[in-house]
Design a protein around this ligand. Sequence first.
Ligand SMILES: [Zn+2]
Ligand SMILES: [Zn+2]
Length: 303
Amino acid sequence: MKEDYQVLLFYKYTPVLKPEELWAWQKGICSALNLKGRIIVAKEGINGTLEGLKKDTEKYMEEFQKIGVSVETKPMGNFRDIQFKTSVGTGESFPKLKVKVKDELVSLKFGEDDVNPNELTGKHLPPKELKKWYEKNEDFVVVDMRNDYEFKVGHFKNSVNPKLENSRDLPKILPELENLKDKKVLTVCTGGVRCEKMSGYLLKKGFKEVYQLDGGMHSYMEKFPGEDFLGTLYTFDNRVVMDFGGKREVISECEKCKEKSERYVNCANDFCHKHLVVCENCSEADGTVFCSEPCKESQKVTV
Ligand SMILES: [Zn+2]
Ligand SMILES: [Zn+2]
């Protein structure tokens, strides 16, 4: 029988007095429970995604939520109410475990315009409230805060795509969102972590009414699979896209033949690695893909 794997997605913005201690704690427990994935620890909190056997991920969540309860664990922060999003794993979603201490949970580099989500952030809108907005035809605009390639395979209906290449580019594309300043804006991303600061940033820049989707698309799709979302949810692990059931359409297409496809690949030229959708038929015999003729030529072995 195939073993039962689970993927966890979590974050929390909360002061961490001693990030190195939290880093060591995370490394320790993840290694002991055979969890793989990525965790970023910073003075402003934690952001991570992990996969392991279901029972091990359950144990992890239980232990994690004890941090901050006792005096000894206080320097690591307070994670009693951290929320976990779960999805079905494959056992191969991540090649290894990476735990890092960084300056920011999401690399935004807002500099002087940096916001503390505990002080300034968009109002959290629960998925069931968004469902009502859709049903009642509320006057609102969904702004997708993910990168352009994530948007391509799936997104909320009627959403605005600022075509970010990177979260850091938000200040650069801000002028294009200027016309939404007086509207009711809802920012969305995969699990919610990116919206915490990005929605705060919009408020700081004079947007009047900004909401963020609580728990992100992940939470909405868990509750309402196949509804109001076109395509599928891109993930930053080997699964590439996540499926929550429900009927859905494939909306992205192969960049070469334009057939519908959700097969994300990286250009096999080590100096390129461009991220693109290419179907099986348009790939090399071994499944690899080159984004262009020059990339293909460059990898030919010449004697
Ligand atoms: Zn194709
Ligand atoms: Zn290439």
